[in-house]
Each structure stands twice: as structure tokens, then as C-alpha cells.
Write a protein that binds this ligand. Structure first.
Ligand code: TRP
Ligand code: SF4
Length: 404
């Protein structure tokens, strides 16, 4: 029996979409880089998820996986701090997905908002497939396989994390009960020692009778500290706090990242399909060219025409990148026609160059050395599998698949 501190485990996944852009960096990767120092992080390139929608266009998956891995590494996601791996190299994801499919009601899948939405958005393609319907369950398996308590995602993914919580709850409800669970839990309480047992009981009562979630957290912290009891007893006591039986698959919580402040080059959301991106590995010349070509306030036809920053995407970039003095300079210069648009863009070109220069530098190690990247991902898959196997052993056992 293994004990996993779920509150310290993070899992997130990204579809292999090829090279990443500044929006990914500000919205996701910077967050990951921060989290990797505080938590045990698993970052997964979800290539099977790509197949759920792009099953008819598979030629570029492998290249996209490699490009994305290089960008993760370039952004500072570090193989010595976090576990980076490819989903399909950890086949345990598929087994858990299969096992969970036995208990997942069809109606839950059908009412996930992205199901109908995506089918409507991608009308040219038949998404009436088994795989596409099961997509949120595959995502739930990605998370639950590591018993990750925390899932850093954007707002669009909240329904999927909620879905994973429901699946975990159903699983625990069905299989978390062992014979005489309550007796065993009460016996475990006695093993805590008098003082701790008393505290545990009163915190449990406060949570169960008054819904005091602080009491729940305090009790969980108290249990974590206990050295003298067995891991099984510890797990029973965790489960007993919340009622039911043992918590086999803890319910994950979303860690909502900030919405990225930098819009696309044209002021709308940065996205490859809009053609308004700066890629993390664009050259300095490409960066300069793209920013120089950014549209500005259309009222400034001539250099002598005053402009209005709030009508200009360049101004939104200043708000994201520039200090107060530069912002004041740009606003005043624009409204008085004191500066030209190229002048106004110069500090931004510099800021983006400065920001991306270390990424480009780090990428050099990997771009010319795909074997190094493959090695990192293979090692990541090994580490991920070790964690995954532990969970699966418990899941198999709980579902009656034990033949010893
Ligand atoms: N569905 C997510 C997306 O489209 C990607 C994803 C797959 C994921 N598995 C995950 C995200 C597990 C977080 C955790 O962006
Ligand atoms: Fe936009 Fe700056 Fe030109 Fe004003 S001066 S229109 S803010 S680029």
C-alpha cells in the first residue's frame, strides 16, 4: 500500500500542437516553471488526446510532440524538477481509462459542454466517435492515475476537472469501502495516542457536523505528521474524516492560471489559427518584423495625426510589458502626435527580445539534439510509470482484479 500526498502532486497536460507562442508562455508555462519548485509535477504531452479530434490527420503528431517538448524545456520546465512525458509512452493511462469507463455513465460524458460545442465547431469532421465522446474520461484518467490533487489549467478546462472529481467520487463510493471499515478506522484512531485521537475526533466532528473545512485541513495536516501508524491506517483515517470509506482516488482541484495579459499582434486573443502569434523560438529578426507590422490606431494615417492608445493593440502590449514611465511616454506621445508608431513600438521589441532571449538560448541545447529530448521524455515516462503502476495496482485490487 502506498501513501501519496495528493496535495503536493500536480498534473497537467497539453495537446501536441507544435511550436508554442507567447500566449502559452504567459498563460501556462511560466506557471508550470513556478510550480515545479513547489510541487511534485507531472507534465504530460497528451498525444492520444490529439487523436480524439485529429484521427484523420496524423502525419505531424510526432513532429509536434518534439517541437512542444523543446519549447517546454526552453521555457524552463526542467527535467530535474518535473516529470515530462508523452502520454502514449505510459500505457497505464489507457488501462485506467478502460477501467473507469466501466463506471462512467454515458450521460455524464454527453453533457460535458465541450462535447456538443466541438462537434458544432468542427462540422466538417465526424466527431461522433467513441474516442471523442470518451475524451473527458481519458483526461480524468490522466489526472487520477497520479492521484494528483492539483491541476493547473485555464478556465476552459474547469468542466473537465470537475468531471474528473465526479468520476473519482463515484469510484471511491463504489470501491472505497472495505469490510468493517468503521471498526478499522476506530481502531486506527486509538493507535494515534490519547491526545491526538481526541483532537482528530473533534476536528472530524467539526467537519462532518458543521462542514468546517478548516477543521478538515487541520485534521489532514495532523494525519500527515503521524509517524507511528501504518500507511493503511493513515489512509483509513483520511477517508474516515470525510465520511465514506478509504479515498482511493483523491478528488483533484483546479489551479486556475491567470488569463494572459498579452493579446495577439492584432489585439484579439493570441492563437495560431488567427495568425497573430510570436513563437517562443522566433528569431530576433522575426520578432522585430512582426511587431513593426502590428496594426495601430487607424486614425493615425500620417505621422502628424494624433492617435488614441485605447484603440490600438500596441497599447495593450505596453500595458503588459512596459513600466509606468514608458506607458506615460507612449500615451502622451500618441495623443500629441509627439512620437511615431515605430518609435512607440521600439521598447516593446526590446522587451520581447529580452524576454525570449534566454528561451532561445536554452533551446539551442535541444534543437540540434533530438536524442537528448527523446531521452528526457523516455526517462520521464519511466518515472511516470512508477507512480502510475502504484495507483493501478490499487485500482485493480479495488475492482476485484486480484489473483494472488
Ligand atoms: N484537455 C486539455 C486541453 O485541451 C489537455 C489535457 C489532457 C489535460 N489531459 C489533461 C489538462 C490533464 C490537464 C490535465 O487543454
Ligand atoms: Fe498605437 Fe503607439 Fe501608434 Fe499610438 S503611437 S497608435 S499607441 S502604436
Amino acid at each position: 500500500m502506498s501513501f501519496v500526498d495528493s496535495q503536493r502532486r500536480v498534473l497537467s497536460g497539453m495537446r501536441p500542437s507544435g511550436r508554442l507562442h507567447l500566449g502559452h508562455y504567459h498563460g501556462v508555462l511560466k506557471n508550470w516553471v513556478r510550480l515545479q519548485h513547489e510541487y511534485e509535477c507531472f507534465f504530460c504531452i497528451v498525444d492520444w488526446h490529439a487523436l480524439t479530434t485529429d484521427y484523420d490527420d496524423v502525419g505531424l503528431i510526432a513532429d509536434h510532440v518534439m517541437d512542444m517538448a523543446v519549447d517546454w524545456l526552453a521555457a524552463g520546465v526542467s527535467p530535474s524538477s518535473a516529470t515530462l512525458f508523452i502520454q502514449s509512452q505510459v500505457p497505464e493511462h489507457a488501462e485506467l481509462h478502460l477501467l473507469l469507463s466501466m463506471i462512467c455513465p454515458l450521460s455524464w460524458l454527453e453533457r460535458v459542454p465541450s462535447y456538443k460545442e466541438q462537434q458544432e465547431n468542427l462540422q466538417h469532421k465526424d466527431l461522433g466517435t467513441y474516442g471523442f465522446l470518451g475524451y473527458p474520461l481519458l483526461q480524468a484518467a490522466d489526472i487520477l492515475l497520479y492521484r494528483a490533487g492539483l491541476v493547473p489549467v485555464g478556465a476552459d478546462q474547469l468542466p473537465h476537472v470537475e468531471f474528473a472529481r465526479e468520476v473519482a467520487r463515484r469510484f471511491n463510493h463504489l470501491y472505497g469501502r472495505e469490510a468493517n471499515f468503521e471498526e478499522k478506522a476506530e481502531a486506527a484512531i486509538l493507535k494515534l495516542g490519547k491526545k491526538t485521537a481526541k483532537l482528530y475526533n473533534s476536528l472530524r466532528k467539526a467537519y462532518q457536523e458543521q462542514g468546517d473545512s478548516e477543521a478538515l485541513e487541520t485534521a489532514q495536516a495532523l494525519l500527515k505528521e503521524q509517524q507511528a501508524i501504518t500507511l493503511s491506517d493513515k489512509e483509513r483515517l483520511f477517508g474516515y474524516l470525510e465520511g465514506g470509506g478509504k479515498v482511493l482516488l483523491p478528488e483533484p482541484r483546479p489551479l486556475l492560471g491567470e488569463a494572459p495579459k498579452v493579446p495577439g499582434l492584432d489585439g484579439s486573443k493570441m492563437s495560431k489559427s488567427h495568425g497573430n502569434v510570436i513563437l517562443l523560438r522566433d528569431t530576433p529578426e522575426e520578432i522585430e518584423e512582426k511587431i513593426r507590422r502590428m496594426p495601430t490606431d487607424t486614425a493615425r494615417v500620417h505621422r502628424s495625426d494624433p492617435g488614441e492608445p485605447t484603440r490600438c493593440p500596441v497599447w495593450q502590449w505596453h500595458e503588459a510589458y512596459s513600466d509606468q514611465a514608458t506607458c506615460d511616454w507612449a500615451q502622451q506621445g500618441c495623443r500629441s502626435a509627439g512620437i511615431g508608431c515605430l518609435e512607440c513600438k521600439a521598447p516593446l521589441i526590446q522587451a520581447v527580445q529580452d524576454e525570449l532571449q534566454p528561451l532561445r538560448f536554452r533551446a539551442l541545447d535541444y534543437e540540434g539534439n533530438p536524442d537528448l529530448v527523446r531521452g528526457i521524455l523516455a526517462e520521464g515516462a519511466e518515472r511516470a510509470r512508477d507512480a502510475a503502476r502504484e495507483t493501478l495496482a490499487e485500482v485493480r485490487y479495488a475492482m476485484g482484479l486480484h489473483y494472488r
